[in-house]
Design a protein around this ligand. Structure first.
Ligand code: SF4
Ligand code: F3S
Ligand code: FES
Length: 243
């Protein structure tokens, strides 16, 4: 397959400054030119840059196949996973911009501190809550009951939704769309017994009512989850308490 020239314009940041010690604590752009194939992914290009041009380039990745959720980044201004974004689906005639996801503290280059994101997720108790003695066999559920929340089981915690949300950027208190997706997963699970508790948490000042139905989260989700619709369902449930 024919290779072509491509430029990746990467947002760099280091508390210690660049290789020469200049620009400590300041973000700046750096261009990297390389030869690539149309079917290469952004993650492949970053690996080539790190291996062949600048070993200090820092980013997260793990599975390489759209499952672990660790390599969400802003590619040409839009949140995507580097491992599922092909060069041929971008315009390689112009520099491709690569930035860290927004709204979380920068650590280095494309790596952000995910702790505020995971703290919001923990707030909604994203696990099955039941009371009483455990049953002697599995907790049965009909296909229809499972279908009620199946979509939100697909979340890979990549944070592409939360870090594309203008409310989250401007108000660090908002739980963010992913926490609502995580809550939805259990609120509508017929086996769970803590839906009311989660709805109370999401009904407060930092919860679902901060959402302004901007749809950035839905556009950003690499798993195709209709995040804005999920939020609408949770908003309705906080009022009706009908699950
Ligand atoms: Fe990522 Fe989608 Fe889950 Fe948000 S809802 S964290 S965008 S997989
Ligand atoms: Fe934000 Fe998504 Fe609502 S982008 S404002 S959480 S619809
Ligand atoms: Fe795991 Fe991209 S590296 S989702």
């Amino acid at each position: 397959m024919t290779e072509f020239d491509v430029t990746l314009r990467v947002r760099r940041f280091s508390p210690e400054g660049d290789a020469t010690g200049e620009r400590p604590g300041q973000a700046y752009w750096q261009d990297f030119r390389l030869q690539a194939r149309p079917t290469d992914r952004i993650l492949d290009a970053l690996a080539r840059i790190k291996g062949e041009q600048d070993g200090t380039l820092t980013y997260r990745r793990s599975c390489g196949h759209g499952i672990c959720g660790s390599d969400a980044m802003r590619i040409n201004g839009r949140n995507r996973l580097a491992c599922t974004t092909l060069l041929k689906d971008l315009n390689p005639a112009k520099p491709i911009t690569i930035e860290p996801i927004k709204g979380l503290p920068l650590v280095k280059d494309l790596v952000v501190n995910m702790e505020p994101f995971f703290a919001a997720y923990r707030e909604v108790s994203p696990f099955l809550v039941t009371h009483g003695n455990p049953p002697t066999r599995e907790r049965l559920q009909t296909p229809a009951q499972h279908a009620r929340f199946e979509e939100t089981t697909k979340c890979i915690l990549c944070a592409a939704c939360t870090t594309s949300c203008p409310v989250f950027w401007n108000d660090g208190q908002y739980f963010g769309p992913q926490a609502i997706v995580g809550a939805h997963r259990f609120i509508f699970d017929s086996r769970d017994e803590a839906a009311g508790q989660r709805l109370d948490i999401l009904n407060d000042n930092e919860g679902v009512w901060r959402c302004r139905t901007t749809f950035n989260c839905t556009d950003a989700c690499p798993r195709g989850i209709e995040v804005t619709n999920v939020i609408r369902e949770v908003k309705a449930a906080t009022i009706t308490r009908a699950l």
